[in-house]
Design a protein around this ligand. Structure first.
Ligand code: NAD
Ligand code: MG
Length: 383
C-alpha cells in the first residue's frame, strides 16, 4: 500500500537516511520536504522525489530556491509559517520529524492536530512538551512511532505484549567517545574529539549530546513519555559497541532485546511500515565475529548529562525545557569554540538553578521558558 510521507529536516542525518529508505521502497511517496538553509541539497532532493511543497527556514534562501526550481511544480514556503504549512499538507499521512531542537515542537503539534502520524526522531519535542503531545496524539488517534534507535528497540520488544506487563526499560548507551575518562581529563577536550562517536555517524548536536551523555538523559525522558514508564523503572546500561539497541524487562523477569548493526535505516523503516517488516539491505550481525557483548554502569559522577536530566525530569513541569534549552545553547557555544566541554554542564546547572519550575506548562509557557533560558545564558555566558 502506498504511503505518503513528509520530512521535517530532510537534509540532515536522519532526513537523508529516510530518503535512502524511500529510494529502496517504491510504495513510499514524498509530499513535503524541509531544511534550515541547505538549498543545494534540498534542490537535489526536490528533483529526485518531487514533493508538492518544500519549506526553508531562511527566507532569503527560500527565495533563491524558488528561482532554482521554477521549472518544477513545487510550492516553496519559509520560516515557522512554512514549517507549519508543510506539517499539515493534506495528502501527507506520516511526518518524519528529523529536525534538530525545540524548533520542532510547533510543526509536530500542528501535524498531530491535522491527524498525521508522527515518525519521531526529534526527541527534544517530547522532552519539553511530552505532556501535551502524548494526550493530543491519543485524542486525535495519531500514532507516535519512535525513530530513535533505543526507543525503536523498546517498541519492537513490546510489540504484541500487554503494556501492563512491562516492569522496566533498559536503555543502552555506548558511553560516547570519552567513556572511561574522568572529569579532570574532560576540561580540555576539543570539539573534534567530541565529534568522534565510536559507532554512529549523526548530526553535530546529537553527537556532542552523546559525548556529554545529555543524549541519554534526553532519551530517558523521551522513553518516559513514549512508554508511560516512570523514572524509577528506567535504567541506563552502557554497552559500548551499540549492538543491543535497548531492552525491556517484563514482570516475569523475561528480558527482550533488539539487536542489530548500528544502522538508523532500520528504525526509520520500521516506523514507516509498522507493524510490517521489510527487507533492508546492509550489513548483518555476525555472532562468530562479535564474540562478546559487554556491559558497564554509566559514570554519573563524570558525565553529568544523565543525572542532570533525571533531576530535571523528576522536578518536571518546565524544568526539562530549561535543561534542554540550556543544553541547545551550550552545545552551540561549544561547537563555536566559545566554551569548554565541561562548561556545557555548568551552563545547564546554572540555568536549572535559576529557574522556578512551572507545573504542567502550556505551549506558550514552554516557548517562553525557552526564550528566558536563552536570555539568562546570554547574560552570563557571552559569546
Ligand atoms: P542534523 O543536524 O543532521 O539535521 C537536522 C535537520 O534539521 C537538517 O535537515 C536541518 O536543515 C534541519 N533544520 C535545522 N534547523 C532548522 C530550522 N530552523 N528550520 C528548518 N529545518 C531546520 O540532525 P540529525 O542528527 O539528523 O538529528 C535530527 C533529530 O533526530 C534530532 O532531534 C536528534 O536528536 C534525533 N536523532 C538523530 C539520530 C541520528 O542518528 N542522527 C538518532 C536518533 C535521534
Ligand atoms: Mg538514540
Amino acid at each position: 500500500m502506498e504511503k505518503i510521507i513528509g520530512i521535517l529536516g530532510s537534509t540532515g542525518s536522519i532526513g537523508t537516511q529516510t530518503l535512502e529508505v524511500v529510494r529502496e521502497n517504491k510504495d513510499l511517496k514524498v509530499a513535503a520536504l524541509s531544511a534550515g538553509s541547505n538549498i543545494e541539497l534540498l534542490e537535489k532532493q526536490i528533483r529526485e522525489f518531487h514533493p508538492s511543497m518544500a519549506a526553508v527556514w531562511d527566507e532569503e534562501k527560500a527565495k533563491e530556491l524558488e528561482v532554482r526550481v521554477a521549472d518544477l511544480n513545487v510550492k516553496i514556503v519559509n520560516g515557522m509559517d512554512g514549517l507549519l504549512e508543510m506539517a499539515v499538507l493534506p495528502e501527507m499521512e506520516i511526518l518524519v520529524t528529523a529536525i534538530v531542537g525545540m524548533i520542532g515542537i510547533r510543526p509536530t503539534i500542528a501535524a498531530i492536530q491535522a491527524g498525521k502520524d508522527i515518525a519521531l526522531a526529534n526527541k527534544e519535542t517530547l522532552v519539553t512538551a511530552g505532556h501535551l503531545i502524548m494526550p493530543m496524539a491519543k485524542e486525535k488517534g495519531v500514532q507516535i512511532l519512535p525513530v530513535d534507535s533505543e526507543h525503536s528497540a523498546i517498541f519492537q520488544a513490546i510489540h504484541g505484549e500487554n503494556r501492563k506487563s512491562i516492569h522496566k526499560l533498559l536503555i543502552t548507551a555506548s558511553g560516547g567517545p570519552f567513556r572511561g575518562r574522568k572529569r579532570e581529563e574532560l576540561e580540555t577536550v576539543r570539539v573534534e574529539d567530541a565529534l568522534k562517536h565510536p559507532n554512529w555517524a549523526m548530526g553535530q548536536k546529537i553527537t556532542i549530546d552523546s559525548a556529554t551523555l545529555v543524549n541519554k538523559g534526553l532519551e530517558v525522558m523521551e522513553a518516559k513519555w513514549l512508554f508511560d514508564v516512570d523514572l524509577d523503572h528506567i535504567q541506563v546500561v552502557v554497552q559500548p559497541k551499540s549492538i543491543i539497541h535497548s531492552m525491556v524487562e517484563f514482570t516475569d523477569g523475561a528480558v527482550m532485546a533488539q539487536l542489530g548493526t548500528p544502522d538508523m535505516k532500520l528504525p526509520i523503516q520500521y516506523a514507516l511500515y509498522y507493524p510490517e517488516r521489510r527487507y533492508l539491505p546492509g550489513e548483518r550481525l555476525d555472532f562468530g565475529k562479535l564474540k562478546e557483548i559487554t556491559f558497564e554502569e554509566p559514570d554519573m559522577d563524570t558525565f553529568l548529562g544523565l543525572p542532570l536530566a533525571m533531576k530535571a525530569s523528576r522536578i518536571g513541569g518546565s524544568m526539562p525545557t530549561v535543561f534542554n534549552a540550556a543544553n541547545e545553547r551550550a552545545v552551540a557555544k561549544f561547537l563555536k569554540r566559545k566554551i569548554g566541554f565541561l562548561d556545557i554542564y555548568r551552563i545547564i546547572e546554572d540555568a536549572m538553578e535559576h529557574h522556578e519550575s512551572i507545573a504542567n506548562p502550556a505551549l506558550e509557557q514552554i516557548l517562553e521558558t525557552e526564550a528566558k533560558t536563552y536570555e539568562w545564558i546570554e547574560s552570563r555566558w557571552k559569546d
